[in-house]
Design a protein around this ligand. Structure first.
Ligand SMILES: NC(=O)C1=CN([C@@H]2O[C@H](COP(=O)(O)OP(=O)(O)OC[C@H]3O[C@@H](n4cnc5c(N)ncnc54)[C@H](O)[C@@H]3O)[C@@H](O)[C@H]2O)C=CC1
Ligand SMILES: CC(=O)C(C)=O
Length: 238
């Protein structure tokens, strides 16, 4: 099994939802944490929560649509910890609308955060992982990258694109001892999905996604789970 203790993780969109749970679960394993997000106060609250673990924590204000922000976030993480072992491309947005009501701007916004963000983060981080001959990339896609639904064409397009990007990176990078994990959750109980009509207890919670990711990262590094699909037991419309 892989020991995560003393590794360094950079988690995008780490101040709430699935990203915060991944950060907390990694911190519980002894992983030093850098989180990014757009809102300084939200990041500060997350740092307070993460500081209860016996690890170092840093937070960086970084808009995933801004390449310079991303370069600065990666540079800050490397200055602070001198390495990045795990990059979690988690930050994402979803806008639901019927196809004919979806504007070019809606599609561009989702492509900017959900595809170009991970693209730039991986371009910044991978040279360091190649040099250190080790690394793990976790790309947070979605079941919407497997089956599009009505009102999710643009979001699905962005997640299909992320899945393709991730799969290509995986094929190039595994020769460098870099594992690329492509995660496909179905609906998870976070702010992203808006109003919930199901019994919350029957839905997947952010900590469930974090547990799956941590268990995958702990597999002996000669092996990795290329992609997964994480479903709730309770049937949903998704
Ligand atoms: N909640 C769900 O049902 C599912 C979520 N996902 C994916 O999981 C990831 C996390 O989503 P949730 O935790 O559910 O949502 P959330 O809305 O609770 O959290 C999203 C995070 O991304 C950050 N973010 C958004 N735009 C950003 C930007 N421009 N720059 C920097 N950070 C930005 C937010 O600040 C927040 O921290 C997303 O990529 C989402 O597409 C995938 C499948 C299901
Ligand atoms: C929000 C999302 O990505 C779903 C429901 O697959």
């Amino acid at each position: 099994m892989e020991n995560l203790h003393n590794k360094v993780a950079l988690i995008t969109g780490g101040s709430r939802g699935i990203g915060l749970q991944i950060a907390k679960h990694l911190a519980a394993e002894g992983v030093h944490i850098a989180i990014t997000g757009r809102n300084f106060n939200h990041l500060e609250d997350a740092v307070d929560e993460l500081s209860t673990f016996d690890v170092e924590v840093t937070a960086i204000v970084c808009d995933s649509v801004n390449k310079e922000d991303i370069q600065a976030a990666v540079a800050h993480t490397l200055e602070t910890f001198e390495r990045i072992d795990i990059l979690v491309n988690n930050a994402g947005i979803m806008h639901n609308s019927s196809f004919l009501d979806t504007t070019e701007e809606d599609l561009m916004n989702m492509m900017a955060v959900n595809v170009f963000g991970p693209f730039h983060f991986m371009q910044e981080v991978l040279p360091h992982m190649i040099a250190q001959k080790s690394g793990d990339i976790v790309n947070m896609s979605s079941m919407s990258a497997v089956n599009a639904g009505p009102t999710s064409s643009a979001y699905s397009a962005s997640k299909f694109a992320l899945s393709g990007l991730s799969d290509g990176v995986m094929r190039e990078m595994r020769q460098h001892n870099i594992r690329t994990f492509l995660i496909h959750p179905s609906a998870v109980l976070t702010d992203l999905i808006g109003e919930v009509t199901l019994d919350p207890e029957t839905m997947t919670h952010p900590e469930d996604i974090a547990e799956v990711i941590i268990s995958q990262l702990k597999i002996n590094r000669r092996t990795f789970v290329r992609t997964n699909q994480i479903w709730a037991t309770n049937p949903t419309k998704l």
